[in-house]
Design a protein around this ligand. Structure first.
Ligand code: KE4
Length: 427
């Protein structure tokens, strides 16, 4: 009997790792059941430990915009591997990666490499506090920025009261320094800056929130945010860990023409290896050690293997410029599904931008966290498992966003549309 089936592996994993996983969402708690284990991944296809092939719309939560195991990324890794795995000194790959990020992300003049999106956002927060001398941070309900103490905070009773911890292990004192506002709410934003603007070190935002359904900012919201930060001397921080290089070469800031002071990056820039980065104006970034007083460090930051993979991932984007094609693929898939939902009278939304889309069972579009809490997650679970049983892997949570890669073929997308349409009809 095969001892390495998903079930056997999960039974062993649960003895060894909390929940049997190294990141909570992978445990399938949001959709129920047990996760499959992946044996290998190629292009748009995951091959499970049980020998099944799945069309992958998680794309390792965003990094795999070129699909899995891309030959050019593999070749770049092989070449770098010849020279060793980690030097702990400056290396040529870091310089090339920094140049590519500076050239592609409009607001970035200087950049610091780290090892995850969480490290990137955490460092942006510290840098904003360090260079303004202020303590308060504003975030938006429902936006996820990694497991940073200051940002695992939920809104207090009133929008302007102090935040409260959104996880055990975070002191009330930490949460008190975070103000949590509703996304897309200009009045709340104005009020926060009117009454506390001079205390606010920075505002961190997913410019296209994609962790509590995919939510697109209402017209003018990001511009208002930019203006208020400028007026009150607060830093605007775009968390583009997910949207960076995904929705446009220069992320949302290029697409919307709104320039943040700092940008957190991750996912795609690692080509599938652990990488994060943060960057912005030189005079802000130069507050970082060893140049300035804000400490930040990392043993494996700028790791040559991760840089080689990421440089190639960015190079492929510049060479292929896949954004229009990915957007068309997303539009066609969402239209096919929505047409069926409408015909069946199923309350469904499919917000989509480029290669990102989010199947949401709701009668109205979701524009903020409170509305996201009201979506029909049970019905999503039914669609998730129908799709999985027919060879299509959606994210195992109604709140996560789906991703399309350049490796997804028209056959993959046609099959996916057929499966999702059949799934809706099976309700
Ligand atoms: P990491 O520390 O997981 O590399 O990045 C944290 C992060 C920061 N900012 C945004 C906008 C993010 O979406 C993330 C991480 N995204 C989640 C899923 N949406 C990663 C999946 C997981 O937690 O396992």
């Amino acid at each position: 009997m095969k001892t390495t089936t998903s079930e056997n592996l999960f039974n062993r994993a649960k003895e060894l790792m909390p929940g049997g996983v190294n990141s909570p969402v992978r445990a399938f708690r949001s959709v129920g059941g047990s996760p499959f284990f992946t044996e290998r991944a190629d292009g748009a296809i995951l091959t499970t430990a049980d020998g099944e092939e799945l069309i992958d719309y998680v794309c390792t939560w965003g990094p795999a915009i070129h699909g899995h195991n891309h030959p050019a990324i593999r070749a770049a890794l092989a070449e770098a591997l010849e020279k060793g795995t980690s030097f702990g000194t400056p290396n040529p790959y870091e310089v090339e990666m920094a140049e590519r990020i500076r050239d592609m992300v409009p607001s970035v003049q200087k950049v610091r490499m780290v090892n995850s999106g969480t490290e990137a956002t955490m460092s942006c927060i510290r840098l904003a506090r360090g260079c303004t001398g202020r303590d308060k941070i504003v975030k938006f309900a429902g936006c996820y920025h990694g497991h940073v103490d200051s940002l695992l905070v939920k809104a207090g009773s009133g929008a302007l009261t102090f935040g409260h911890p959104d996880s055990a292990g975070i002191p009330e004192g930490f949460a008190r320094e975070t103000i949590v506002l509703p996304f897309n709410d200009e009045d709340a934003l104005e009020e926060a800056f009117r009454s506390r603007g001079e205390e606010i070190a920075g505002v961190i935002v997913e410019p296209y929130p994609a962790n509590n359904c995919l939510i697109l900012p209402q017209k003018g919201f990001l511009q208002k945010l930019r203006a208020l930060c400028t007026r009150h001397g607060s830093l605007l921080i775009f968390d583009e860990v997910m949207t960076g290089f995904r929705v446009a070469p220069g992320g949302v800031q290029e697409k919307e023409g709104v320039m943040p002071d700092l940008t957190a990056l991750g996912k795609i820039i690692g080509g599938g290896l652990p990488v994060g980065a943060f960057g912005g104006k030189a005079e802000i970034m130069d507050y970082l050690a060893p140049e300035g007083p804000v400490y930040q460090a990392g043993t494996l930051s700028g790791n040559p293997l991760a840089m080689a993979a990421g440089i190639t991932a960015l190079w492929l984007l510049k060479k292929e410029i896949p954004y229009e094609k990915l957007n068309q693929m997303g539009q066609d898939l969402c239209k096919a599904v929505l047409d069926t939902a409408k015909a069946k009278g199923l309350p469904m939304q499919m917000p989509q931008t480029g290669s990102m889309f989010s199947p949401i069972f709701s009668s109205k579009p979701v524009t903020n966290f409170d509305q996201a809490l009201k979506i029909d997650t049970e019905r999503f679970g039914l669609l998730f498992y129908y799709a999985l049983q027919h060879g299509v892997y959606l994210p195992p949570s109604a709140y996560e966003t789906c991703f399309i890669s350049t490796a997804h073929t028209s056959e993959n997308l046609e099959k996916t549309a057929d499966v999702l349409v059949a799934g809706l009809k099976s309700f």
